[in-house]
Each structure stands twice: as structure tokens, then as C-alpha cells.
Design a protein around this ligand. Sequence first.
Ligand code: MN3
Length: 229
Amino acid sequence: MILETRKLSTYPFALEPLPFAYDALEPYIDAATMQIHHDQHHQAYITHLNAALKDYPEWHDFSIEELLRRHNEVPVTIRQTVLDQGGGHLHHQLFWKILKPGVAGTRPTGALAQAIDRDFGSFDAFKTQFVATGAKHFASGWVILAVNPADGKLEVLSRPDHDSVLLEKKTALLINDLWEHAYYLKYQSRRGDYLNAFWNVVNWGYVGQRLENVLAGDSEIQPLRTLAH
Ligand code: MN3
């Protein structure tokens, strides 16, 4: 099982199945959006990423996190593709794990709840900031609850396109997709309604586990391997 997971995490990258049915997040996220978003948009990022890497076997045993963090070493001919399509793959892979049916009304617990109270004042204040940051973000991108592994501090930010906070040495704990493909079929221009509905489908257990992993020193910000070449 561990080997399978590791295999999925390097070239050729593969689309993992959704861990629930397309309609499982109704009425908050509709089935048609989930199917198109996962099967077509996420698959397209993976297809383009693999196509770009195909002729560069020296990069085939790197995880997507490593490829993004080392983008300045990736051949310039595929560098922007790795950032764009690879960032899209990384973000969507995380996004599907953050979503969960049947969790409306749940909230963070443990270390995550404490960190949110410490850095935002309260859970409600955090949610307000997350929604406001997502609502005012111009055009496509992501709204992100990030942690800085250096000091454990949480912050809410937004980034354009598929720009990953890994490049800023931070770890994304919770993300929401601000691209119109994520909400337009159901919400059209009402991005704020989509952002508020999101709270009904957040897997707080998984988000909390991500923070605990970072606090235990097991973050995606590992020291980079020394390259052979
Ligand atoms: Mn998307």
C-alpha cells in the first residue's frame, strides 16, 4: 500500500479516484461540478505535466512537491509548465482530501483549534477572514490557510493561478479553489455563497492532522536531496 502511494507520487503522475461519489457533497457542491472538476480539469493538469516531463527522465523520481521547490533547476523549456500544471496537480490532490461529505456543523479540534484561536482570535473570525480573502481575490487562484513550519504560525492568504506556498517555505493546511470551474455551474457569479457553503464540506480531521504533522517536523518542507548531476 505504501509502495502504491509512493508510485503515485512520482512520474508518471496519476489521478487518484475521488474518495466519495460525485453527488456526495450535494447540495453544497453539485455532482456535475465535481465530475468535471476531478475527471477533466485535474486530469488535464496531470496529462500536461506528464507530457512536459516525458523527455526528461532525470526528473522522473521526484515528487511533485520536490519538482515545484526545485523549479529553478528544472530545464527552462518546461519550467513554467511544471509550475502551472504541477501546481494544479498538487492543489487538486490536496483539495479532494480536504472535502468530505456528512461533516456539516463540525469544527476544528485539538492543536488546530488552539492555533486558530491564538492566531485569529476565534474560529468565526478565522472563517470570516478566509471568506473575505477568497471573495476579494481577483480572477483565478486559491485561498489558503497556511502554516509556517519555522514558527507554527497560521495565516490566511490567496495566491493566483496554481502558485504554491511551498515556494515560500510554507505548508497549505486548508485550501479552496477560486477558479470559476470550481463553482460556476451552481453559483455563477455568487462566489461568496460558494465560499460560505464550503464550511459544510471541510474535513477538519484531515486539516488538523496536516498541522500536527508539520508541528512534529514531518512537513513537505524537507531538506532537498543533493542532485547527482
Ligand atoms: Mn480547480
